[in-house]
Write a protein that binds this ligand. Sequence first.
Ligand code: CAA
Length: 380
Amino acid sequence: MKIELSEEQQLLQDSIRRFASEVVAPRAKEVDETGDFPAEFFAQAAELGLAGVAIPEQYGGSGMDSVAYCLVIEEISRVCATSGVILSVNNSLVCDPLLEFGSEEQKQRFLTPLASGRKLGCFGLTEPGAGSDAGSLRTVAKRDGDDYVLNGSKVFITNGTNADLALVFATVDLEKKHKGITAFIVPADTAGYRRGGKEYKLGVNGSGTTELFFEDMRVPAGQRLGDEGEGFKIAMRTLDGGRIGIAAQAVGIAQGAFEEALAYSQEREQFGRPISKFQAIQFYLADMSTEIDAARFLTWKAAWKKDSHKKCTLEAAQAKLFASQVAQRVTDKALQIHGGYGYTREYNVERYFRDARITEIYEGTSEIQKMVIAAAVLAD
Ligand code: CAA
């Protein structure tokens, strides 16, 4: 067994770390404070090939693998969690299912602009009454000739304020429960598609979270992704990959907070010496670094499994569960090490602390991850 990044992955990690430090980090505070969607960041990231990291070059992507994708999301989230989730949604929740389930025509028409970053995507699954219980969604798609007519709404849609295209999940038959759910590719300029206002949140401000409303929205049958009734499985499979991205985001947030705390502990003097000389602080740092490494390896393991084209439901849920919990603990300790200063906006740790919280909620809460893990281990 060998746990080592390839030369290509190491080069990627170095170059993204530079981009993150030089370009993304200086704007992270402003993105957090204004809550404005960083459209310029997405354009710059797209130029570096980060809109479709694991999508083949023939469809506008960078042709790398899921481990490389995790490195990208970790490095970006290490300085700006908002930017990390914007990329993660476009890569794993929109490009991935188009690659896996799209027809050749759909790939040419929709995947290529998304993977090259000329367009931005969002994932429309969650509804006001269907969050953890995604199978009970109520957006309806009624067949009418060569079209489907969609009516309903979505909530908490990351990238929603700026996305050019949404992957929308709707049911063709409410009676059939999850077996009626069907996926549609819907450009945002489709008549009947309307965005709500920007949500004001605790963290990851700037990720363009909004509601989407569909009113008699006609979607040609050619824009159905997969077969009728296949949508729930498409959503679940997509979320397997998405959860790996959120695990990588959580690792990045934890790593960023850890680095700030490490540096601060060596500068800050109390009782006549740097606080890093005190065992209480050293034990915090030891726990933080150990947990971050463990979370990172779980994340890479899940990505490696996905790259091996094996079912990664269990590994993705384990990685997301653990990494998101580590992000809470590490950002909490990082703030504690900063003392009163950490509670102010002068330092970055309070932002990391707030940003970490969502990783235990979106793309399936920690409780849902435990259900998924328990179902997998009991089935073995
Ligand atoms: N891959 C493929 N198929 C899967 C699957 C997977 N990972 N998980 C379940 N399925 C299939 C099952 O095999 C089953 O198939 P059959 O009908 O053939 O038997 C079918 O789907 C139904 O499965 P369940 O009975 O397990 O479904 P359920 O209704 O009990 O739900 C759940 C299971 C795990 C709780 C699921 O609803 C879930 O993951 N909920 C959380 C939703 C979520 O993560 N939302 C995130 C929104 S996106 C987001 O957050 C983006 C963002 O902002 C960044």
